[in-house]
Structure formats: C-alpha cells, structure tokens
Design a protein around this ligand. Structure first.
Ligand code: UDP
Length: 329
C-alpha cells in the first residue's frame, strides 16, 4: 500500500515507518520536526517537512500521491502542558486532524490508523481496562484524543472512512540493537528519566506518589514495547476495511509499579539509581493496565515483550549508545 504517515519522525511514528517499510509498503512521512527527528526517519521512506496546519501543502501532497491509507501520529502529547495551554492542544490535535480528515474525504482515502491513548479512559472504574468502558478523560490532552476519535467515528458512518483507533498504554523500549529509541526534549517519561539517572545526567528520579492504594504505594502502568505497538499498527492498516470503525487497547495486560520499574532499571544498569518519593503528580490515575484480549482475538496480535527487565534492556542499549539522543549521536 502507499501510506501517508503523519508524525513519522516521532518516537512511535518512526518505529512504525520502519515496520511498514519492512513489510514492503511505500511510505511518505509528513512531519514538521517540532518534536520529531529527521535522523529517526527510515531512509526507505520519502520525507516531507510540513505542518498539518499548512492545508495547502497537505492537499497538494494528498492530491498528487494517490495514498491507499494513512497513519496519524502527529499530535502534542504533554499532559501537563495541555492543562496549562489547552487551546494549543485543541488547535494542533483536533483542528489539524479535521483538516486531514476533510482531505481524506475529498480524495477518498478510506483507511486510517489513529494513535489514540489509554488517557481517554480517565480514571477507570476497574482494571484491566476493556474498550467498552466509559471514555472520560481527566485532562485536555485526553479530551483532544477522544474528540479526534469522535470525528473519526462519525466519519466512518457518514462517508465510509475505515478507521482503527489504537489506544496505547505506556509506550517504551527501543530497537534491540540500540540503533533507534526514544528522544523527547524535555524528557518526562518514566523509563527514559530513570535511565538518565543511570547515565548520571540527573541526580535522582522522583517517584510521584508513594501513598496510592496499590501494592507498593506507587502508580501502576502497563509498559508496552514499541515493537509490539508497531505490530499492532501493521495489522490494523493491512486489515482495515472502508466504513469500519475499530478501537483496540494496546498493552501487555500486566501492571508494573513505578518502584518496580526503578528496581528493574537498577538490575539492568548496575547503577543504584537514587529514587526520591515526592508528591503525587496531578491527574495521575493510580492504576492503569489493559485488557488486550480484543486485539489478540481480532487481529491475532500477541505482545512479544512482556518482561519489564527485558524491555528496559532495549531502552538502555539505546540510551547508552545515544546519551544525547539522535542529534548528538
Ligand atoms: N513517574 C514518576 N516519576 C517521573 C516520571 C513518571 O514517578 O519522573 C510516574 C508517573 O506518575 C506515572 C508513571 O511514572 O505513574 C508513568 O509516567 P509517564 O509520564 O512515563 O507516562 P504516563 O503514565 O503519564 O503516560
């Protein structure tokens, strides 16, 4: 298939581009490099540096390329920032997605895979989380992702868009050989932050809350290796039918606490990784992990990385060989 990948220079997007190229798809990446890295884009893919805000550039690309489908990753993703600057999130995430959808309708591109999030569930009434549980985000970031899902669901009904929303849990990990990985600036995600302590780039890791009603008092999350996310995207786009709306949780089904992540990173790196208990981070649900049964049953997906130590080993291979990320490799 000929596929448009928005945000294909970002973390999950760039891994998916590689996975799609491996499968023989023809990929065009559109990215404004506001957060992504040109170096992360597979050389087999064509690269267009443009902003989704530039509707004219987007239309020229879509009109001329003859895409069979699209994978939409481009979005802002910092929860704290979304609370402080919600309209920046509504503009970039929602408004620009509407532009993309309008052009997909105009040029009849009827296959889409969307990078959604478990944040759309807010604080779930129970775990593990299934797709049929209420979607009630607790921050603007989650609200914008849910609004995008709605625009897509309504488009599926109205003009036969075929769409799969993949609701990721905590994306993490790197290529097994350490050649590609996660590079955010500023870095806020737990595993890279912990590994920056092991690299002595930070003094300690703060544990945001040790008084949660969980087994060790710290938050529980479902850490899903980026390669397993790629596998879900490839299966989704290759099986997508026009007019069909699907949503899947993409997680391992295993919950791991913040303290367990830090301990596993100590074992992997051999560094003591000082940890400092601090106040809860506003908006953090105590416990989130997926029931990935629907994705397993319908797309025959199976996570290959379920051991947190092994996942951290892949991230460590990347961070050790790229202590300053892509730009200063
Ligand atoms: N976390 C932490 N210290 C940090 C970064 C994150 O204790 O420096 C916790 C955070 O409160 C959450 C978990 O680690 O419970 C995962 O956070 P992350 O930001 O990686 O992903 P999120 O769950 O917010 O998508």
């Amino acid at each position: 298939m000929k596929l448009l990948v928005t945000g294909g220079a970002g973390y999950v997007g760039s891994f998916c581009v590689r996975g799609l190229c491996d499968r023989g798809h023809e990929v065009v990446v559109l990215d404004n490099l506001s957060a992504g890295h040109k170096e992360a884009v597979d050389p087999r893919a064509a690269f267009v540096m443009a902003d989704l805000a530039d509707a004219r550039a987007l239309e020229t690309l879509i009109r001329d390329a003859g895409f069979d489908g699209a994978l939409h990753f481009a979005a802002y993703l910092n929860v704290g920032e979304s609370v402080a600057e919600p309209l920046k999130y509504y503009r970039n995430n929602v408004a620009h997605t509407v532009t993309l959808l309008e052009l997909m309708q105009k040029y009849q591109i009827l296959r889409l895979v969307f990078s959604s999030t478990c944040a759309c569930y807010g604080i779930p009434a129970a775990v593990p989380i299934t797709e049929s549980m209420p979607q009630a985000p607790i921050n603007p970031y989650g609200n914008t992702k849910l609004a995008m899902e709605w625009a897509m669901r309504d488009s599926a009904r109205a003009w036969k868009l075929g769409v799969t929303c993949l609701r990721y849990f905590n994306a993490c990990g790197a290529a097994a050989d350490g050649s590609h990985g996660e590079d955010h600036d500023p870095e806020i995600h737990l595993i890279p932050v912990v590994l920056q302590v092991a690299l002595e780039q930070r003094e300690n890791v703060q544990i945001f809350g040790v008084d949660y009603p969980t087994r060790d008092g710290s938050c529980i999350r479902d850490y899903i290796h980026v390669d397993d996310l790629v596998d879900a995207h490839v299966r989704a786009i290759e099986t997508q039918e026009p007019g069909e709306f699907r949503a899947y949780n993409v997680g391992t089904g295993v919950g791991t606490s913040v303290k367990q992540v830090v301990e596993a990173a100590r074992e992997v790196t051999g560094h003591p990784i000082p940890a400092k208990p601090t106040a809860r981070r506003p908006g953090d649900p105590p416990e989130l992990y997926a029931d990935p049964g629907k994705l397993m049953a319908e797309l025959e997906w199976q996570p290959r990385h379920t051991d947190i130590r092994e996942i951290i080993e892949t991230a460590w291979a990347w961070h050790r060989s790229h202590p300053h990320g892509y730009r200063h490799a």
